[in-house]
Design a protein around this ligand. Structure first.
Ligand code: PEP
Ligand code: MG
Length: 886
């Protein structure tokens, strides 16, 4: 049996791994290997594979027997390259031990730095660097980080000891403590470890390394990592981490050292502008944690022009190599530049679009690649309101604009409080000095995030931006006091519950609620969507029953209306009374009288909608819901209606009771209404056709499609179609105008799907009502189930998606396949679409493409998302590997 390789070495221009080994080496490990191979100065090291992590969890937290041997071999190579030895008291090699899963999870898993320091090696480091202060500071940091991460000791013990030491020495800042003070502090820290864990801080470097490795693997199942995976729908397998062991490079070796994080383009706007956060004389995490607000990169350019030039060269090389915007960590150790890691830079959706479009213009990628890079759900961020630049606002501070859009909500100061209020449906803005991974849940439910410290690469900025949250960081104008639940901006005190607004594009913090404006489809977004339309095959229509919705959907690129639910029009103030009169009438004559009042109102609605959708098809559905939905429920409402229509309340109540059904969704609704009360369908057909005549006379093209709901038997459809045709003929003859229209049906009952060949004899088009089709196929109520057992099912792995959001391909999807095939057998030119909620879900759009539908229809705001999803579906069918939306 050949030996399984658990450890992959990289260093001195040669690596055993490469970029395409992300699953095995994790994102970070694969990139370290790749960067080494293309000649980037990466500190040498090795990666323990994610398979070892899987082995660890599958084998009761044990390791493959030959792992340690492979680690030692790789370590020896590193020692050789660096000319240093792990544990050598004179010339000690120190390493960092970092996590890195296939799916990036920023800040979620553990890192331990300075591994290899002990009482002897610390002296070696002190001598080598001529900087005992630095050596002992590194040592005390190791003990603290190690105790926190690997031993789970409360970090406050160490922080308190540090504070006490500062008091004792009469200094204010950490870096004012001298080497002797830090030496004493190391002693105290070790005592804390002994006291808290009854053991000595391990001095053997190999033992330190092994324990650090265990800590990284264990952190895969830390609560915050589990939460992050749940929110981002990352499986435990994808979240399995590699362990990267790498030579430590020190950014805190004096003023010729430093550390930073760079983006090859602006992660907020996407502008092609090198962008970095930098700190002199600082070590790695200081920048990312956002505890010290970093310097502008110009400071680096001024102080170290050669290094800056070199950094720009590597950034350019990395971006060209990966053909995507990179997020690069670098460290300068005594005037020498090292690149610690690079990865695809997280960015806002706006930046994503701009970068994709710019890279096509720069001939770095093609249009298809550009389209494939933007995930449909992400562009939702671009379709939402921004702060109106003309809005009057009381600006109380300005920070860095780190995340898109705008946020308005009540200020809250802890993640827990954010979650508590959000659960009650309140809009909140999370305000913190800085955020840490524990805050992720609270950030997720907030409208926006505001921090007083940190840069564009701080935790708040990276995580917030990726979530699509409006985010303002490093706002030094405010002083946050989490304990007092308030922040102070000049002489203004903002307390918990006070409304504030954030502008993620300018970084402004404003008191009160500011006016927002609607987004625009122009610029880079427009360009990208144009490419989307060139690629996709599937049409995209919208579900709307208002002229405003129709106009908005047109702006968003809808090619018609896939569903106009006429019943919504009856709920408006001027309509509800005649509607109720119609429902409560004793006979046909009474119903007709009430319908006469509704006719002109419906006709006007349709005229406006046809005008908004000029030249595009408009599917209007006849009345669908059970009639009692329109009736009053409380005794007060019944009394009021009785007075209004002049009947006795008791009689009215009796009628309402008579309309009660035990199971209304399976009751007297859909086409069953139009069949038992044909005058309803007659009125609606008349309103539609008269509106169509009117708009045609105004010189505009109208394409009406009349849709009959909840058909199970072809005879139901035939009865309704005959009626519609009769009315249409009358209206057209009277007006002397001929309009091409179609009559079709919803397919939303299993019987309709199965008998689609018969139904297509009458239907000129099908539209899948997947809300009802899911409800009736699964026998699960669409109105109740999500709040009760479906959630439980999802949490407990019984189902892995909500069948009312993403199509159940195996069940409901199979019925759709059958219906499409049978329907087209009868009528090859049958137009087929979908209008259930699923129509706006990217994964369902992919299914609709594969099954050969003509279009999907969804709410106006989801139209661009569906267009992009349709382009992705086409690109996938051409063989392109595009991740599915989660
Ligand atoms: C459906 O059932 O999927 C549908 C679109 O109709 P409604 O939601 O109005 O029942
Ligand atoms: Mg329905």
């Amino acid at each position: 049996m050949s030996k399984v390789k658990h450890v992959y070495f990289f260093g001195a221009g040669k690596a055993e791994g490469s970029a395409d080994m992300k699953r095995l080496l994790g994102g970070k490990g694969a990139n370290l290997a790749e960067m080494t191979n293309i000649g980037i100065p990466v500190p040498p090291g090795f990666t323990i594979t994610t398979d070892v992590c899987r082995y660890y969890y599958n084998n009761n937290k044990t390791y493959p027997p030959d792992l340690d041997e492979q680690i030692k071999e790789a370590l020896a190579k590193v020692e050789e390259i660096m000319g240093m030895k792990f544990g050598d008291p004179k010339n000690p090699l120190l390493v960092s031990v970092r996590s890195g899963a296939a799916e990036s999870m920023p800040g979620m898993m553990e890192t331990i730095l300075n591994v290899g320091l002990n009482d002897e090696t610390v002296e070696g480091l002190a001598q080598k660097t001529q900087n005992p202060r630095f050596a002992y500071d590194s040592y005390r940091r190791l003990i603290q980080m190690y105790s926190d991460v690997a031993l789970g000791i409360n970090i406050d013990f160490f922080e308190n000891a540090l504070e006490e030491k500062k008091k004792e020495k009469g200094v204010k800042l950490d870096n004012e403590l001298d080497a002797d003070a830090l030496k004493e502090l190391v002693k105290t820290y070790k005592e804390i470890v002994r006291r808290e864990r009854g053991m000595d801080f391990p001095s053997d470097p190999m033992e330190q390394l092994y324990i650090a490795r265990d800590a990284v693997f264990n952190s895969r199942d830390a609560e915050r990592a589990i939460t992050y995976r749940r929110i981002n729908k990352i499986s435990d397998d994808e979240g399995s981490t590699a362990v990267n062991v790498q030579t430590m490079i020190f950014g805190n070796m004096g003023d010729d050292s430093g550390t930073g994080v760079a983006f090859t383009r602006d992660p907020n706007t996407g502008e092609k502008k090198f962008f970095a956060d930098f700190l002199f004389n600082a070590q790695g995490e200081d920048v990312v944690a956002g505890v010290r607000t970093p310097l502008h990169v110009d400071e680096l350019a001024k102080a170290m022009p050669d290094i800056y030039k070199e950094l720009l060269e590597y950034a350019d090389k990395l971006e060209k190599h990966y053909k995507d915007m990179q997020d690069i960590e670098f460290t300068i150790q005594q005037g020498r530049l090292w690149i610690l890691q690079t990865r695809r830079g997280k960015r806002t959706a706006a930046a994503e679009v701009k970068i994709a479009v710019d890279m096509v213009k720069e001939k770095m990628i093609d249009k298809e690649t550009a389209v494939s890079r933007v995930m449909p759900e992400r562009i939702d961020q671009l379709l939402h309101p921004m702060v109106d630049p003309k809005a009057e606002a009381k600006v109380i501070g300005k920070g860095l604009p780190a995340g898109p859009g705008a946020a308005v909500g009540k200020a809250v100061f802890t993640a827990a409080r954010a979650e508590e209020l959000a659960k009650k449906g309140e809009k909140v803005v999370l305000v913190r000095t800085f955020t840490s991974p524990e805050d992720v849940g609270g950030m997720h439910v907030s409208q926006g995030i505001l921090t007083s410290t940190g840069g564009m690469t701080s935790h708040a900025a990276i995580v917030g931006r990726d979530m699509g949250k409006c985010c303002v960081v490093g706002c030094g104008d405010i002083k946050v006091d989490e304990a007092e639940k308030q922040f102070i901006a000049g002489d203004i005190v903002v307390k918990e519950g006070d409304i504030i607004s954030l502008d993620g594009n300018t970084g402004k913090v404003m008191l009160g609620e500011v006016k927002l404006i609607e987004p625009s489809m122009s610029g880079d977004f427009g360009t990208l969507m144009q490419w989307v339309d060139e690629i996709r095959k599937l049409g995209v229509r919208t579900n709307t029953d208002t002229p405003v919705g129709a106009r908005r959907a047109r702006e968003f690129g809808a090619e018609g209306i896939g569903l106009c639910r006429t019943e919504h029009m009856f709920f408006e103030a001027d309509r509800i009374t005649p509607m109720r009169e119609m429902i409560l009438a004793d006979d046909e004559a009474g119903r007709r009288k009430a319908l006469e009042k509704l006719l002109p109102m419906q006709r006007n609605d349709f005229i406006e909608i046809f005008e908004a959708m000029e030249g595009y098809p408009v599917i209007i559905r006849t009345l669908d819901p059970p009639l009692h939905e329109f009736l009053p429920h409380t005794p007060e409402e019944v009394d009021a209606l009785a007075r209004e229509i002049n009947v006795h309340p008791a009689n009215l109540q009796k009628k309402i009771d008579a309309l009660h059904e035990a199971n209304p969704m399976l009751g007297h609704r859909g086409c069953r209404l139009g069949i038992t009360y044909p005058e309803i369908t007659e009125m609606q057909a008349r309103a539609i056709m008269e509106a169509a005549v009117e708009v045609t006379k105004r010189g505009k093209k109208v394409i009406p499609e009349i849709m009959i709901p909840l058909v199970g038997f072809v005879s139901e459809l035939k009865a309704q179609k005959d009626l519609v045709d009769k009315v249409a003929k009358e209206v057209m003859e009277k007006a002397g105008v001929t309009i091409k229209y179609m009559v079709g049906t919803m397919i939303e009952l299993p019987r309709a799907a199965i008998t689609a060949d018969e139904i297509a004899q009458q239907a000129e088009f099908f539209s899948f009502g997947t809300n009802d089709l899911t409800q009736t196929t699964l026998g699960v109520s669409r109105d109740d189930a999500q709040g009760t057992f479906l959630r439980f099912y999802a949490d407990n792995g019984i189902i892995d998606f909500d069948p009312f959001m993403t199509i159940d391909e195996k069940g409901v999807g199979e019925l759709i396949r059958i219906a499409v095939e049978k329907g087209r057998k009868t009528r090859p030119d049958l137009e087929v679409g979908i209008c259930g909620e699923h129509g706006g879900d990217p994964n369902t759009v992919d299914f609709c493409h594969r099954v050969g539908l003509d279009y999907v229809s969804c709410s106006p705001f989801r139209v661009p998302i569906a267009r992009l999803a349709a382009a992705h579906a086409e690109l996938r069918s051409r063989g392109m590997n595009i991740k599915k939306d989660k």
